[in-house]
Design a protein around this ligand. Sequence first.
Ligand SMILES: [Zn+2]
Length: 168
Amino acid sequence: MVIEPNKVVSVHYTLTEGTADGQLVESTTGGEPLAFIYGVGMMIPDFEKNLSGMKSGDTFAFGIAAASAYGVYDETALVEVPKNMFEVDGKIPDGLLEIGNMLPLTDQEGNHFQGMVAWVGLDKVKIDFNHPMAGVDLFFTGHVENVRDAEPAELEHGHVHGAGGHHH
Ligand SMILES: [Zn+2]
């Protein structure tokens, strides 16, 4: 059975930055494989394109440029705001504004999103709203663990049931 739309695909993969020898981002080695329904928009499109037509046991090694993955780094998404925005009862909570912290924020329409503290000054901070992987070229190596038909319930729910997926 080959990988095509509406198959449940499980893969073991290692994701590194730029090349196969780049910095390790994540790996399924030693854990459960990643399982997903192919062709329903769950994955980065270029990730799926590279697996098209493969079958169980096939190996892969391919790169995806940042622009086709989590986007290029956007300088305008690095925003300077006054520190007192984060005051609670007139005081900034201890440890809140530390570089690298992810802050849960809400915009005027009530949408929830996250920003990372990128710089802390005397009375201002810079919050980075780029995806943490923005500007990073991805490289995937791994193999196809299994390919099977998706169950009707899986297609209806839009996620995989059982190994590597939802248990409910
Ligand atoms: Zn479900």
